[in-house]
Design a protein around this ligand. Structure first.
Ligand code: NAG
Ligand code: NAG
Ligand code: NAG
Ligand code: NAG
Ligand code: NAG
Ligand code: NAG
Length: 574
């Protein structure tokens, strides 16, 4: 039984029963989705082909001047010192496009990209790069593409692929390791690819910089059999977690040599966002209870101290007092994460607010002052960010509510209307004037186009569960990577145990996500959707007297329990 006095109601949404509409299977919707899918495909190739013509092998395209920028190294080297004279970048946008090419079914282009990278890419350059960015974009892009190249679908021609991407990833992973050589194990924010940590390097970094490495570095360890990458990321994550306040809140920036906080205010946006995301996704990918325990406490604290209606403000980690009342474009990923947790109603209501702001300006501004209902005076830009499209995709997966297709359509139309230029897609400098900026970020191809495509065509997800990294690179959920089965599955002795002997974890990412909201039917979106661990509640209406009458949640294989009000749910209690 739950310690009832201390039960905290955290977003339960699980009791919201959808009236699952069947209109998604309506031929008109199918035609509309195909049409939109093709539109997104055209967008992706417009961005990709222009990059290949005007910028490759440099990092990113400048779509207005049809030239390039070597952003990966320029970020850490604004004066462009040290770089070799004839430096040609790291083909960043190509690396970021690999998994999107696979999702869009372009195996020939994927193959030639793999061949080019195998022969030409080197990390042995005197370039100071941001560890976090390089990890999510480059290491994540390579590891994900390696997994896609070697899965059972044989995408690459016979004999073409000899683990070259993994070799590159391993080389890069080794270049990351010196960053972790600090008294605390927390990594430096910056690393020189050739020489390691440079003299007098800044010791200031962010929470996401220390806490969003475990998926990529963990995957690298699983693939190479060498635990050192995962160990380094895990040690940093544990140290970071140990620095939380008594309210289970973290700050935004910290010092890696002292392990002390610099900025005590934090929220779910810039500098912190992917820390939360990776705790939960690491739990799905590696099946470690430790990640769930951290995420569980962190998630409750977010909902308790940051949430205000559908919005999330920032708060001081020491007191929980609200600090900044601002909506930022990066926060728009949160509803997508909530879908994975099964918190559909909270996800839906925040997503609607983001859509309201999107509609108000035509795109999502970087920062919006909630207390004044106005734009931030300087951060008025929209750099083609993916987070709102990402959440729209997750919500559609979970609910199949055609409304999200309409949202997706409006995103596609805005992007084409405001950001498409002859030479690609350009960021918006100011959403009030729609003045453009000469930059097409690689995440437009890795994420924005990918999530929109998957919203309209999820056939890629049919056979396999994936966790998407914070840069949108898919990592398959493999039972061989799972530490052990969740306790709930092992211990349960339920009447409803599935006959199916095969035990498979759900990533909550495929159609299996449908979950708790539709437990009363055995169906979701017209298809039987079962994760292996899913066990129905005893009563179809989810009423209960004791915990024993509740089942196991399909999104994360955790045992549901009986609330004070007499309903089964995934109650998070402290
Ligand atoms: C960069 O590209 C130019 C032109 O293709 C080539 O001559 C040069 O060798 C390249 N630089 C490096 C470091 O590979
Ligand atoms: C794959 O991408 C290349 C480069 O944009 C394009 O020429 C080719 O038509 C694409 N193939 C498919 C099947 O989409
Ligand atoms: C890439 O590598 C191949 C084979 O080594 C070489 O022929 C080609 O010129 C290289 N391309 C560039 C741009 O360096
Ligand atoms: C590092 O800092 C020390 C002390 O301020 C200074 O003497 C030294 O020149 C600096 N080194 C570099 C490479 O900037
Ligand atoms: C989302 O919220 C809207 C408005 O409150 C409601 O009409 C709709 O049914 C909700 N959808 C889901 C999937 O919860
Ligand atoms: C589990 O179920 C079996 C058969 O239904 C029963 O014999 C056994 O006692 C149960 N175990 C527990 C721990 O409830």
């Amino acid at each position: 039984m739950l310690p009832r006095k201390s039960v905290t109601w955290v977003l339960l949404l699980l009791l919201i029963f959808f009236n699952l509409s069947t209109s998604h299977s309506d031929p008109r919707w199918a035609a509309k989705k195909r049409r939109l899918r093709n539109k997104v495909r055209t967008m992706f190739y417009h961005a990709y082909d222009n990059y290949m013509i005007h910028a490759f092998p440099h990092d990113e395209l400048k779509p207005l001047s049809k030239s390039f920028t070597d952003s990966l190294s320029e970020l850490g080297n604004l004066k462009l010192e040290h770089l070799p004279q004839d430096y040609n970048g790291s083909a960043l946008t190509l690396i970021e496009s690999l998994s999107s090419l696979v999702i869009m079914g372009n195996n020939t282009e994927f193959q030639s990209a793999v061949v080019w990278l195998s022969e030409n890419l080197t990390f042995d350059v005197d370039a100071r790069v941001n560890l976090f960015e390089c990890n999510i974009r480059v290491l994540g892009g390579l590891v994900s593409a390696h997994l896609l190249a070697t899965d059972s679908t044989h995408r690459l021609g016979q004999g073409v692929y000899k683990n070259q991407l993994l070799t590159l990833a391993e080389d890069l992973g080794n270049r990351f390791l010196p960053a972790f050589n600090t008294p605390t194990g927390l990594p430096y924010a910056w690393i020189n690819l050739k020489y390691g940590v440079v003299e007098n390097e800044t010791t200031e970094t962010s929470t996401s910089g220390c806490g969003s490495l475990i998926l990529e570095m963990g995957a690298l360890s699983r693939l190479t059999g060498d635990p050192k990458y995962e160990s380094a990321a895990l040690r940093a994550l544990r140290k970071l977690w140990s620095m939380r306040s008594s309210l289970n809140l973290l700050g935004t920036t910290l010092d890696v040599s002292t392990g002390e906080w610099i900025e005590y205010s934090s929220g779910i946006g810039a500098g912190v966002d992917s820390f939360y995301e990776y705790l939960y996704k690491a739990h799905i990918l590696f099946g470690k209870e430790e990640f769930w325990r951290m995420f569980h406490l962190a998630y409750i604290a977010v909902q308790k101290y940051f949430k205000h209606g559908p919005w999330y403000h920032e708060a001081d980690m020491r007191t929980g007092k609200a600090t900044y009342w601002q909506l930022t474009s990066l926060q728009a990923f949160w509803p997508g994460l909530q879908v994975l947790v099964g918190d559909i109603a909270a996800a839906n209501s925040s997503h609607r607010e983001f859509f309201y702001v999107w509609n108000k300006f035509g795109v999502l501004p970087e920062r919006y002052l909630l207390d004044h209902q106005m734009l931030h005076p300087t951060e008025k830009y929209y750099p083609l960010r993916p987070e709102f499209a990402e959440s729209t995709f997750y919500l559609y997966q979970a609910t199949k509510d055609p409304w999200y297709i309409e949202v997706g359509e409006s995103i596609v139309n805005s992007l084409n209307l405001h950001t498409k230029v002859e030479g690609g897609f350009a960021s918006i400098r100011d959403v009030t004037t729609m003045e453009l900026e000469d930059h097409q970020h690689s995440f437009f191809l890795a994420e924005t186009c990918k999530y929109l495509y998957l919203l309209f065509d999820d056939s890629f997800l049919a056979e396999q569960n994936y966790v998407f990294t914070t840069e949108g690179h898919p990592l398959p959920v493999l039972s061989s990577w799972q530490d052990r089965l969740p306790e709930t599955y092992i211990q349960s002795n339920w009447t409803f145990l599935k006959t199916d002997k095969e035990v498979r974890r759900t990533s909550a990412m495929s159609k299996q996500v449908c979950p708790s909201t539709s437990l009363n039917s055995w169906e979701c979106a017209g298809q039987k959707i079962e994760s292996a661990c899913h066990i129905l509640d005893f009563h179809g209406d989810h009423r209960c007297l004791t915990d024993e009458e509740c089942g196991v949640d399909s999104t994360n294989c955790r045992r549901r329990s009986c609330s004070m009000a007499g309903y089964c749910g995934l109650w998070l209690f402290i």
